[in-house]
Structures are given as C-alpha cells and as structure tokens.
Design a protein around this ligand. Structure first.
Ligand code: E4P
Length: 219
C-alpha cells in the first residue's frame, strides 16, 4: 500500500520525505488555506511539492461547473507531470473526469462518501477515488465498511481506479486501510509520526543500550 502525506505544509512534506516512507502527497483547498504564506500562488506551491516528492501530487480544482473544471484541470496538469487533479464527486465533476481521461489527465475524485459514488467515479475513468473515511466515522457511520465495499465492487469488475483511504483520523485507520486492500492511505503528518511509535520499542531499545554500555565496547 502506498502512503501519501495529507498536507500542504512544505516543512512536513520535506521531513516525511526524508524519512523515505512517503509515496505521494494530497492537498485540498482547506489544507492550502491553513498555510502561513497566504499570498503564495497555488501553482507555485504545487510545483514546489512536486520537486520535493517523487510521486503523485493531488491538487484540487476550485470551479464546480464542467467547463471551468476542465479548464482548471488542464492548467494544474501542466504544472508538473506528477500532478493528479482532484475533482469533486458531483455530476459535472464526473463529466469532467471523463473528458480528462480522454486527454490523459489523471483525476483523483474527491469527497466520496458511498460505494455507489465510487462505482460512478470508476466508470467515468477516475485514476483515484478518495473515500473520506474519518468524516463518515465522525457522524456515527462506519467509514471503513465503505472502503470494503468499494474494494469488492472494483475487484468484481476489474476497475483499475485506485482506492485512496482518505480523512484518516488515527493510526488504526492506516492499519484498516492496509487490511482492507486500499491502494493508498493519505495520512496527516502527526499520524505518520504515530505509526512509528510503540512504547515497547522505546523501552526495549533503552534496555539494549543500557546493557551494552556496561560492556564499555564500540562496534
Ligand atoms: C484527502 O485527500 C483529503 O485531503 C483529506 O483526507 C480530508 O481529510 P479531513 O476529513 O481530515 O479534512
């Protein structure tokens, strides 16, 4: 399973990339708006991210009508070869995805909250579908069940659309993504850090080093 980082923060992207465990990046308008440098051109941010991480980088359109989404998607796709254009799961969005697929522009269909929506996105030719698991969990539903259903539907019909487990809220979501056969999980920086953490790892390492120190040797 690929692990993407879910952020527009350049420092976080650099740090996670240095650890060597991220395969790509997802951004969204809210994540971009959260960053300090509000004046910085969005396309410049996307280009900078693409130059740091050698993998898919999702950048979202702001328009909601077919003509404008197609236009924005064409602009974003020209920023770098690794850009995947994020398109919202609305009727005009899926029409846009179909047009983009014919042009060879890869789309990540975002804001997916049901298996039926994911089926339509795959039929439209989406490169990635992004089921927002955490936001469903937030309102008392089982977001992981949606991913399980999408996996089964895509496998039934051999759809090549990648399933990206999105809206990750905690480290256990990452495990669920892997167990359910998601192709990608996009993970906030704080949760990537938590993936490494285990108290027994820290305690065990301390014990090993303390015991070794008693030998007074170097390797
Ligand atoms: C996915 O690409 C989205 O950016 C993201 O996972 C949304 O997560 P949120 O529900 O924490 O905003």
């Amino acid at each position: 399973m690929e692990i993407f980082i879910d952020t527009a923060n350049i420092d976080e992207i650099k740090q996670a990339n240095n650890w060597g465990i991220i395969d790509g990046v997802t951004t969204n308008p809210s994540l971009v708006a959260k960053e300090k440098d509000k004046g910085k051109d969005f396309k410049a941010i996307v280009k900078e991210i693409c130059e740091i991480v050698n993998g898919d980088v999702s950048a979202e359109v702001i328009a909601t009508s077919y003509d404008e989404m197609v236009e924005e998607a064409r602009v974003l796709s020209k920023v770098h070869k690794n850009v995947v254009v994020k398109i919202p799961l609305i009727p005009d969005g899926l029409k846009t995805v179909k047009t983009l697929a014919k042009e060879g522009i890869r789309a990540n269909v975002t804001l997916c909250f049901s298996a039926n929506q994911a089926l339509l996105a795959a039929k439209a030719g989406a490169y990635i579908i992004s089921p927002f698991v955490g936001r469903l969990d937030d309102i008392g539903h089982d977001g992981s069940e949606m991913v399980e259903e999408i996996r089964e539907i895509y496998d039934n019909y051999d759809f090549k659309t990648k399933i990206l487990f999105a809206s990750v809220r905690h480290a256990d979501h990452v495990k669920q993504a892997a167990l359910l056969g998601a192709d990608i999980a996009t993970v906030p920086f704080k949760i990537i850090e938590q993936l490494y953490k285990h108290p027994l790892t820290d305690a065990g390492l301390k014990q090993f080093l303390d015991d070794w120190a008693k030998l007074g040797q170097k390797i």
